[in-house]
Write a protein that binds this ligand. Sequence first.
Ligand SMILES: *Cc1c(COP(=O)(O)O)cnc(C)c1O
Length: 219
Amino acid sequence: MNSIRENIEHVRHTLLEGVTLIAVSKTKSPEEIMEAYEMGIRDFGENKVQEIEAKYDVLPKDIRWHLIGHLQTNKVRKVLGKTHLIQSLDRSSLAAEIHKRAEKMNLTVDTLIEINIGEEPQKAGILLKDLPGFLDELKNLNRIHVKGLMAIIPQGTPEENRQYFRKMKEVFMELKQHEKEHFRMEILSMGMSSDYETAMQEGSTMIRVGTGIFGSRNY
Ligand SMILES: *Cc1c(COP(=O)(O)O)cnc(C)c1O
């Protein structure tokens, strides 16, 4: 197995210009995260609030934590102020809670809207047909700043994956026509260890690589 250092060098070598690499460090120890940190990585992705809280306390404060997993409304207040970007804004009740808490804490919160591009019932994310209504609801929630879109695409062949990445890019470009204050399409977060090269070819600006950097997860 390659070292974390070698893996990062490999991914960096393939990184296209303008693409941000997120090292997905879920289940990984602070020591392992520090290995990536020493290589200059500052963006880390986690899918559990408890893990962000624990790691935030013991790791350098210039790390930008990205929440990439399901966020329960009762845990929102725990991550505000600690997360750089909530990538999993996936429903109205969550948006309302983020806005409410952010107002109390006098913060603004950067988010990506998670899209369920494969229309998979077991997956989180807004369906395209529900997107206009969701955007309408966000209009009144001025503490939430939308920076772009995130998607976890269905498992499939490289060609199937490419179709989903293309579709995401289309939605992204369409929404870009409607940019305004607090609603920007700057980040298109898509692509994981197995398909980030295809994702970048199709316009991803942010890839989320876990096993491809840290090896298999310690569950
Ligand atoms: C775990 C996870 C990743 C990283 O997956 P790998 O296949 O290990 O690269 C990316 N995005 C999300 C949302 C994840 O939960």
